[in-house]
Design a binder for this molecule. Sequence first.
Ligand code: DAT
Ligand code: MG
Length: 168
Amino acid sequence: MANEATLVIIKPDGLKKSLTGNILSRLAETRLKIIASRVLQVDEKLAVRHYEHLKNEPFFPDLIKYIMGDMHGENRVMALIYFGPDAISKVRQIAGVTNPEKADPVSVRGAYGRILTTGLFENVMHASSSPDEAEREIKLWFEPEEIAYELYPYQETILNAYKKKVWK
Ligand code: DAT
Ligand code: MG
C-alpha cells in the first residue's frame, strides 16, 4: 500500500455541533498521521475553487453558502491533512458516502449528517476522493510551510512587495 495524503475538512455544521473531537477520534482509528491542520474562515474564492467541479449543479450556490458558514452562523472550518498507507480510502470509509441518508449509520456522515429541505446534503466533513483530487485540494488549502512533511515539490521565492500580517 502506497503512502498517500488526503484532505479532510470538518465543515461548519461539524464545528457548530461541536463534533471536531468525535471526528478526530474516529479518524484516529485509521492509524494515519496528521501532517497539517488549520482552522479558518472560507472566503468565496476558496469555496468556488474547492467545488469548481460542481459549478453546473443546481445545488452549487447552496453548497458555496454552506462551506462559507452562511447557513450556520458559523464561519469556521477545520482543515487537516492525513498521511499514510491507503489514506484516501481509509478516510472515505470513516466519512461514509456523500448522501447522509445512504451512508453507513456508523460513519460520520451517517451518524451526524442530514439532508436539508432544499435537497443539499449537509454531511459534516469533506474527504478527498482520489490522489489527483487530494493534491489539487491540498495545494489550495495549505502552503508548503504549513505541512510537517515534504509532500510535493516546491520552490523558494523572494517576494519584495509581499504584504504580511505581523504581531504589533
Ligand atoms: P463528496 O463530498 O462525497 O466527495 P462530491 O464531491 O460529489 O461528494 O460533492 C461535494 C459536496 O456537494 C457533497 O459533500 C455534498 C454536496 N452534494 C453532492 N452531491 C449532491 C446532491 N446530489 N444533492 C445535494 N448535495 C450534494
Ligand atoms: Mg468530492
